[in-house]
Design a protein around this ligand. Structure first.
Ligand code: 5GP
Length: 211
């Protein structure tokens, strides 16, 4: 017998420096878990080859992005590597209301803003690379970016990493399989928190009363 207890959706935030394997981990989690959806951000940076509008990002001009800020359409927004990034508010709350968890790939600035608004619903995870050498290797291995962009990202990696202690959980991504297991366990445990299961009082009542 499976018992379905009503659950309150959570906001799972993943941050890391570029090249720590965050995208790979997010994709894996979305494939593996049916009840979690990705928050698709808006950005003013140009699309990389292979990136799909509305799936990877909503690609906007600066004016359209500013109009969304003015309209209060973002849950959070920040400038990262000189481009604007923001999380559209509406789809997040729609997904949460429909009983889904929402996965965010946002930087430390965005994490602070989401935390300020919805700390009880946010679970934040920071992904660290196993070493500086490995981080460099992974960044160089990514063919789509020109060398000056890679150099800039390497410099920015240190800045992003300096915020690791602001997160609830930290995973060192040494082997992908181990990191995947850790991420899935974090999600599982956080879903089981008593306050994230509003259906529990009613369920417990039926046990006590024998109904
Ligand atoms: P990329 O341009 O490589 O896709 O992303 C660059 C950085 O921007 C990553 O660290 C990513 O987490 C962050 N980012 C992507 N979308 C958002 C967003 O909506 N808000 C914030 N604050 N950061 C974002």
């Amino acid at each position: 017998m499976t018992v379905d207890i009503q659950r309150r959706g959570l906001m799972l935030v993943l941050s890391s420096p570029s090249g720590a394997g965050k995208t790979t981990l997010s994709r894996w989690l979305l494939q593996q878990q049916p009840d979690i959806v990705m928050s698709v951000s808006a950005t003013t940076r140009p699309p990389r080859p292979g990136e799909v509008e509305g799936k990877d990002y909503f690609f906007l001009g600066v004016e359209a992005f500013n109009a969304m800020i003015a309209a209060g359409d973002f849950l959070e927004h920040a400038v990262v590597f000189g481009n604007h990034y923001g999380t559209p508010k509406k789809p997040v709350f729609e997904a949460l209301a429909s009983g889904f968890d929402v996965l965010f790939d946002i930087d430390w600035q965005g994490t602070q803003q989401v935390g300020a608004q919805a700390r009880a619903d946010m679970v934040s995870v920071f992904i660290l690379p196993p070493s500086r050498e490995e981080l460099e290797r992974r960044l160089l291995g990514r063919a789509e970016d020109p060398p000056d962009v890679i150099a800039k990202r390497m410099a920015k990696a240190a800045d992003e990493i300096s915020h690791w202690a602001e997160y609830d959980y930290v995973i060192v991504n040494d082997t992908l399989e181990a990191a995947q297991g850790k991420l899935a366990h974090i999600l599982q445990a956080e879903r089981l928190k008593r306050l994230r299961q509003p259906g529990l009082p009613g369920f417990a009542e039926t046990l006590v009363r024998g109904e």
